[in-house]
Design a protein around this ligand. Structure first.
Ligand code: SAH
Length: 440
């Protein structure tokens, strides 16, 4: 379906943004603040039975159960984002964030030869705020995108959040489809007339020419944790504390576990976290982009293979002990971009990670802020300025969050993708955001 320019789309988005400050997940402290009592949640009871029956579980299994267990998982039935939730994310802070990402996708679509159609695929879309801001840009730049068939594909495990996404993006309650044979569990049409579908797994999304987006998604995928010991690497696992009832504790596996294959031979750190699920997703994205064209933009807090113990929990904008009251708090670990780069190697080119502050500056955040400030009245101006500070300040989100991109090799070497129906001039333009903005 073509995107048509909509008249009268104002510069300021109507969606209320968070009143700052709230806690963002990238921020963490060295010691956890434990709640006064160890609440015995249904998830804790379930894990204790499981461990007593079949033995200690890996941290990865723990994270997976706690976050996405279909019956009791933290992500499945609640809205954890925003002031009243547990943490805040960039798109919930400022509309400019999503707008600049929308420009990034259009810029990549143009640089790669303006394919006749593309899918925008978002992994873990939260409340749909980011996709909404991107779609507003697509509408405002409808004259550029005219004749391009766009479709939206959201990968989301949370029933609650998918309901909210549908309301944000289609302004309707979209019924859940009960057809067991179809991987699409909801579908509708966005406010600007674009078809939109929901899936539980990236593997189910059609493999066409696509732009993929993962913002604060990879950090919630399960990590394995390892500790170097005099006897070699040992995996950190979770057991029931024999001295305190209804309490979990970390222990080291007595012998080598299968996940040890993920540790690099020349690893210098003495504690590492590895997220094989993130590796599988990056491999899948890389294969798709290499075969069908497009690009992926991954933004998250993380490091380039340097950090050690980053596993942490958040509840009500406070740091939360990860083993206490499981199911009531978010669990997360920093993304290791060096691992993602290795997973993409050979298939596609990768760019980054670069700091959020640098990426947004290169994308023109200062110009966009100026335009919005000029059109706003006082309370909105304050909110825009505070949002800008939160996203850009190196002590806030500016330096902890990173941008990382996957692109077809052809995109960086001046040929159009073979799947691209329209012949184009050699694409030699720099990739937006990853180099300094050059005004022409
Ligand atoms: N990108 C959003 C939300 C980040 S929170 C933002 O920046 O505001 C993480 C999101 O990933 C939530 O939507 C959560 O429900 C979803 N999620 C978590 N684990 C998932 C999984 N295994 N598969 C698909 N979605 C998942």
């Amino acid at each position: 379906m073509s995107v048509l320019a909509r008249g009268g789309v104002g510069p300021l988005c109507a969606a209320a943004r968070a009143v700052i400050p709230c806690l963002w997940r990238g921020k963490y402290f060295s010691s956890g603040r434990e709640p006064a009592e160890n609440q015995v949640t249904p998830m804790l009871r379930h894990l204790i039975y499981k461990i007593k029956a079949t033995g200690p579980i890996t941290v990865a299994e723990y994270m997976k159960e706690v976050l996405t267990n279909p019956a009791k998982g933290y992500y499945v039935y609640r809205d954890m984002l925003g002031e009243k939730g547990d943490f805040i994310t960039s798109p919930e802070i400022s509309q400019i964030f999503g707008e600049l990402l929308g420009i990034w996708f259009i810029s990549e679509w143009m640089a790669a030869g303006k394919n006749a159609a593309f899918q925008l695929v978002e992994l873990g879309p939260g409340r749909g705020t980011l996709a909404g801001d991107i779609l507003r840009v697509f509408s405002q730049l409808g004259s550029v995108l005219k004749n391009c068939d766009i479709s939206i594909h959201l990968v989301e495990v949370s029933e609650k959040l998918s309901e909210i996404q549908a309301l944000t993006l289609t302004e309707e309650k979209v019924p859940v489809e009960r057809n067991a044979g179809s991987p699409v569990y909801m579908k509708g049409v966005t406010k600007s007339g674009i078809p939109i579908s929901w899936y539980r797994d990236l593997h189910d999304v059609p493999r066409g020419y696509s732009f993929y987006l993962a913002h604060e998604f990879l950090d919630v995928l399960p990590v394995h944790k390892f500790q170097k010991t005099p006897r070699g690497w040992r995996e950190v696992v979770i057991d029931v504390d024999p001295h305190v009832s209804d309490k979990l504790r970390f222990v080291l596996a007595p012998c080598v576990t299968p996940a040890e294959v993920f540790i690099q031979r020349d690893e210098m750190r003495d504690h590492v976290e590895v997220c094989p699920e993130a590796g599988v997703i990056v491999q899948e994205l890389s294969q798709r982009i290499a075969l069908a064209g497009g690009a992926a933009l991954i933004a998250d807090y993380g490091h380039d293979g340097t950090k050690t113990d980053t596993f942490r929990g958040f509840c009500g904008h406070k740091l939360h002990d990860v083993l206490t009251a499981p199911g009531t708090a978010d669990l997360t670990a920093d993304v290791d971009f060096s691992y993602l780069r290795r997973m993409a190697e050979g298939q596609v080119a990768s760019l980054g990670p670069i700091k959020q502050q640098t990426f947004l500056k290169n994308m023109g955040i200062d110009v966009r802020l100026k335009v919005l400030l000029a059109k706003s009245d006082e309370p909105a101006r304050q909110q825009l300025l505070q949002g800008y500070d939160m996203l850009m300040n190196p002590k806030k989100m500016g330096e902890r969050f990173n941008f990382f991109a996957l692109l077809p090799h052809q995109r960086l070497h001046g040929r159009s993708h073979p799947m691209n129906a329209r012949p184009s001039k050699p694409a030699v333009s720099p990739v937006a955001g990853f180099g300094e903005l050059a005004w022409q």
